[in-house]
Design a protein around this ligand. Structure first.
Ligand code: PHE
Length: 345
């Protein structure tokens, strides 16, 4: 019987020396120690032996079991070490000093200006909100006092979707949802929200018109908000963005969702007011339509117009970006032309 144990042991060692993978080791564990394994088989023979032999052979077999287990464990560990060493050797061949992609990305000019304005308004207590690009007719028109068949709808050539919804034509489409989200302001704590967004209109594209452009809208509602607040905020906005004095003019403007409404134009910074294609030869650019929020719009937003007033402005963010950087052709901004867009850091 003892020879059987010895034979098993030398056979195991020969196989172990040849094993190279964890799978092979696992297979050997099953072949020797498993329920139907070689060692277990020998143990079964014990029952036919006398007590003395049983004791002796039993001890031998148990020792063999322990030995096999330990050797399998060591072999697996050795393999791990070899694997690690090989990985290290390969790593040494890798030259970490080779420069990788050196190209540093840049922000889109519209993003740069948008963030700048967001920071100015955040410092004045404004919250930044995000409106959906796909909107219902209600939000885009009705809720801002443009009922069906109102001629103002023709001012904004709209892309309608097959499900009756539309691509928002102006950031004002978010006004109603924002009023409903925040509700009536507490006394002395006016609601101040800034909501930039991409807008879409079915326009013929030329140097100063795009069908996809950015607006940045702001709204302030409280128990004591007046036109002087509106003018103050517009002045801060423009002087911070241009970091210099810009000539502006305020004239009456019609938008169904404000009353009174204004158009704030700035002197064209591309031609200095002499007239160019960007300003349609007029020397002025419509940049900042604004006004006091119409009572109907407040009512639809769930805010009592007898208690609260507010102003709103809809800055042409794309246009402002063009003015700030002297970009003559609006088409550059959506062109994906990295050579042009990367200049703005
Ligand atoms: N939503 C208007 C437009 O796109 C701009 C605007 C916003 C005017 C807020 C007044 C107040 O034409």
């Amino acid at each position: 019987m003892l020879e059987v144990v010895e034979k098993l042991k030398s056979e195991f060692e020969a196989k172990l020396a040849q094993s190279k993978t964890h799978e092979e080791i696992e297979a050997m564990r099953i072949a020797y120690l498993g329920k139907k394994g070689a060692v277990t088989d020998v143990l079964k023979d014990l029952k036919n032996m006398d007590a003395e032999a049983k004791k002796q052979v039993g001890q031998q077999i148990n020792a063999l079991k322990d030995e096999i287990e330990e050797k399998l464990r060591l072999q697996a560990k050795k393999m791990e070490e070899i694997k690690f060493q090989m990985a290290m050797e390969n790593a040494e061949k890798f030259d970490f000093s080779i420069p990788s992609c050196q190209e540093v990305g840049s922000l889109h000019p519209v993003t740069i200006v948008q963030r700048q304005i967001e920071n100015i308004f955040k410092s004045m207590g404004f919250i930044i909100e995000d409106g959906l690009e796909i909107q219902t007719e209600y939000n885009n028109f009705e809720a801002v006092n443009i009922p069906k068949h109102h001629p103002a709808r023709d001012m904004q050539d709209t892309y309608y979707l097959s499900n009756g919804q539309l691509l928002k034509t102006h950031t004002s489409a978010a006004q109603n949802a924002i009023m409903r989200k925040y509700g009536a302001p507490k006394p002395g704590e006016p609601l101040r929200v800034l909501f930039p967004g991409r807008c879409f209109r079915n326009e013929n594209i030329d140097a100063s018109h795009e069908n996809t452009f950015f607006q940045l809208e702001g709204m302030m509602i409280g128990d004591n908000i007046s036109i002087s607040n509106l003018i103050y905020f517009m002045k801060v906005l423009l002087s911070e963005v241009f970091e210099r004095d810009v000539k502006v003019r305020l004239r009456p403007g019609f938008f169904p969702f404000v009353e009174p409404g204004f158009e704030l134009d700035i002197n064209c910074l591309i031609c200095g007011g002499k007239g160019c294609p960007t300003c349609k030869q007029s020397g002025w650019l419509e940049l900042l339509p604004c006004g006091m929020i119409h009572p109907n719009v407040l009512t639809m937003g769930g805010i009592d117009p007898d208690k609260y007033t507010g102003f709103a402005f809809g800055l042409g963010l794309t246009r402002l970006t063009m003015m700030k950087y002297g970009i003559k052709d609006i088409r550059v901004l959506n062109s994906g032309n990295l050579k042009a867009l990367k200049q703005f850091k």
